[in-house]
Structures are given as structure tokens and as C-alpha cells.
Design a protein around this ligand. Structure first.
Ligand SMILES: Nc1ncnc2c1ncn2[C@@H]1O[C@H](COP(=O)(O)OP(=O)(O)OP(=O)(O)O)[C@@H](O)[C@H]1O
Ligand SMILES: O=P(O)(O)OC[C@H]1O[C@H](OP(=O)(O)OP(=O)(O)O)[C@H](O)[C@@H]1O
Ligand SMILES: [Mg+2]
Length: 324
């Protein structure tokens, strides 16, 4: 998460300067007056709640587990695009669980009693307790461990686990499976803040605004290409009509169309137009095909770095949450 966070900030022109690897304090030269502290994910949330730091970047799972529903915590950006995983219940694929494929089937098993509860090992006791209550599992004991939870069922120290799953490889390699209704939450990296800080300290709100704007502009641009193509035509209106009526690709507000001037037999002609549109990466080839069909040639594709649009919706949402 730390590496992903540093890379993301760098891509947003917010490079984190850390004088040496064993130092936990750093700075961002484009944000003077801001201190960066490297802390364990759980401590990031605890320190925001305690009022020691104003803003943090952590997994949403950490915000929920260590935030314990504290309404001072406010998620400023909920999808930073890394650390994607989900918190889920998993049970062994064989033995008494062989035919169990949902939480209702798990709850209905006759094996669990006050003397012999279902033992679930997890690092997420707050979320685990809430989840067990929600799904109505009666005879349960939550056990805690810090890591390698997937080994517990085979070791005989627990019956089930509640842990993060990403690719699913760790579960599979340890003969465990997820079950229907067993997902507690979806998680990825988020930017989280203390509501109190943002309300009481104008500089904290200003810096948050700048960071959010940069994140939004970069993340919006990340999956887009700028596509430029030349197209023969008699006027820009005619070219615009061809694009708007015959393709699905129109740019942010609409295509930008500019005349291309060429020299022929001593005179300057305006019989080509350059069109500029934005295209999501996975639809690039569709866009090229559609542009070709309406006479597009010389298609140039370049990556987009930022899209600064009007005020980002997340900023408005943040102000609403702060009642401003
Ligand atoms: N397999 C995974 N795939 C994607 N994201 C993950 C994965 N495992 C964990 N994460 C995310 O990374 C965050 C940090 O994970 P974790 O607590 O394991 O950190 P760590 O780097 O091992 O540090 P620590 O020393 O505190 O355990 C989690 O809260 C979660 O949001
Ligand atoms: O579905 P997968 O892609 O296999 O990823 C899931 C694993 O990743 C995390 O562990 P991590 O590697 O952080 O080790 P840890 O639990 O010891 O911290 C998590 O605790 C799972 O064990
Ligand atoms: Mg880990």
C-alpha cells in the first residue's frame, strides 16, 4: 500500500520526499507546510481519530475496522484504484464443510453449540462481530491472529477464517473456499480525513482540496487516451455531423475540430480537419475503426495525464458532509 500510495502521489505531481528509508517523516515540496508520516495502516486510522494527523491514505477495510463507526472519520476519495480486495468468510473445501456453500447453510449446521462454537479466526474483530450478528450465526467464537490465518483450519486451531481476499490464490492454496453471503466488505485504497480537522483548520481543508483535485484529475485521465485524426471534409460542421451521428466517441463535451491547411498549386486549401477526442483505453480500437469508417486517417494516440474538469463531485460531496 505504501508503494502504491507513493506512486500515485508522484503521478499527481505530489512526489513524497523521504530523506532516507529508515526515517518515517517526509515532505511534499509542492505542498509546503504539510508533513507526511509513514505509519502502519491501523495506526493511520487511530491517529486520525486521536487528532494527531488530519488526513490518511489506507485501505477502506482499515477505516471500517479501526474507525469503529466514528463519525469524525470522513472518506474524501473512496476509490484510489489500488489495494483492491474484499473481506470475506472462508471455510475448508472438504470434511464437514464439503457441501456447505452459503452462510445460511453454515448457520444451519448442527455442529455448533455453546460448548463447541464455530471458531472463526480473524484480524478484523470489530467488523467480524458485526457481521456474525448480521447473518445470524449463533454459536460463534471469534479468535484473533496477526497473519497467515489461512493455515488455522488445517492446523485445527480454527474452523473458518475471516480475512482479505484478492486473487483468491491464498485461499485456494490452503484448500479454503468463500461462500455465498460471506462477503463483509469491498475495499481499496481511500483518502480519509478527520471531520474535526477539516472544519476547524482552514489550511487542512485547503490542502485536502488541492490533493483531491489532483487525485481526481489524474485518476480520471488514467484510463483515457487522446485521439487525433485527420478527416477530409468541406466544413467543420459537416465533419462534426459525421462524428456525432456516426460514432460513439465524442470527447468530453463534444469533438474538437480544427482546420488543417495544405498548399496545392500555389494556393492554401482547407479541405482537411483534425478532430480531437478522448477515448477510454479499452475502447481504443473500436474508436479507430469507427473513425476510419467515416474517413478518418492519420490517427495519433497519446496518453492523457490529467483531466481537470469543473469542480469534482467528490469535493461537493465533502462540503455537503461538512455541512458547508
Ligand atoms: N492481497 C491483497 N491484495 C490487495 N490489497 C491488499 C491485500 N492484502 C491487504 N491489502 C490491503 O493492504 C492493506 C495493508 O495490508 P496489511 O495489513 O497486510 O499490511 P502489511 O503491509 O502487511 O503491514 P503490517 O505490517 O501492518 O501487517 C490492507 O488493509 C488492505 O487494504
Ligand atoms: O487472495 P490473495 O491474492 O491470495 O491475497 C490474500 C492474502 O493477502 C493478504 O495477506 P498478505 O500478503 O498481506 O500477508 P499477511 O496476511 O501476512 O499480512 C491477506 O491477508 C490474504 O492472506
Ligand atoms: Mg499483510
Amino acid at each position: 500500500m505504501a508503494e502504491d500510495t507513493i506512486n500515485l502521489l508522484k503521478d499527481c505531481q505530489l512526489a513524497v520526499h523521504k530523506p532516507n528509508p529508515r526515517q518515517y517523516i517526509a515532505s511534499i515540496s509542492s505542498l509546503p507546510g504539510l508533513e507526511v508520516w509513514f505509519q502502519r495502516a491501523s495506526d493511520v486510522v487511530r491517529k486520525i481519530r486521536a487528532g494527531d494527523v488530519d488526513l490518511g491514505i489506507v485501505g477502506y477495510d482499515m477505516v471500517c475496522e479501526y474507525g469503529e463507526d466514528d463519525d469524525d472519520l470522513i472518506v474524501v476519495h473512496d476509490a484510489l484504484g489500488f489495494g483492491e480486495c474484499h473481506l470475506a468468510l472462508a471455510i475448508p473445501t472438504s470434511g464437514i464443510f464439503e457441501n456447505i456453500s452459503s452462510v445460511s447453510e453454515l448457520a444451519a449446521m448442527k455442529h455448533w453449540s455453546p460448548e463447541r462454537p464455530l471458531r472463526i479466526v480473524t484480524g478484523y474483530t470489530h467488523l467480524g462481530k458485526k457481521f456474525v450478528d448480521k447473518i445470524g450465526l449463533k454459536h460463534v467464537r471469534l479468535l484473533t491472529a496477526d497473519g497467515a490465518l489461512e493455515a488455522a483450519p488445517a492446523m485445527g486451531t480454527a474452523d473458518a477464517i475471516l480475512d482479505l481476499v484478492s486473487s483468491g490464490t491464498t485461499l485456494r492454496e490452503n484448500s479454503l473456499k468463500e461462500i455465498e453471503g460471506g462477503t463483509v466488505l469491498q475495499s481499496q485504497g481511500v483518502l480519509v480525513a478527520s471531520k474535526r480537522s477539516l472544519l476547524l483548520r482552514e489550511t487542512a481543508l485547503d490542502k485536502t482540496h488541492e490533493i483531491l483535485e489532483r487525485l481526481e484529475a489524474h485518476l480520471r485521465a488514467k484510463n483515457q487516451f487522446t485521439v487525433t485524426a485527420n478527416m477530409r471534409g468541406n466544413s467543420k460542421d459537416e465533419v462534426a455531423e459525421r462524428i456525432l451521428l456516426n460514432t460513439e466517441f465524442h470527447g468530453l463535451q463534444g469533438p474538437t475540430i480544427c482546420p488543417v491547411f495544405s498548399k496545392m498549386n500555389g494556393s492554401v486549401l482547407e479541405n482537411y480537419y483534425a478532430i480531437i477526442i478522448c477515448v477510454t483505453k479499452h475502447r481504443l480500437y473500436d474508436a479507430v475503426k469507427q473513425l476510419r469508417k467515416i474517413g478518418g486517417s492519420g490517427v495519433l494516440v497519446s496518453p492523457l495525464t490529467y483531466i481537470f474538469d469543473e469542480e469534482p463531485p467528490r469535493w461537493r460531496m465533502l462540503l455537503d458532509k461538512l455541512n458547508q
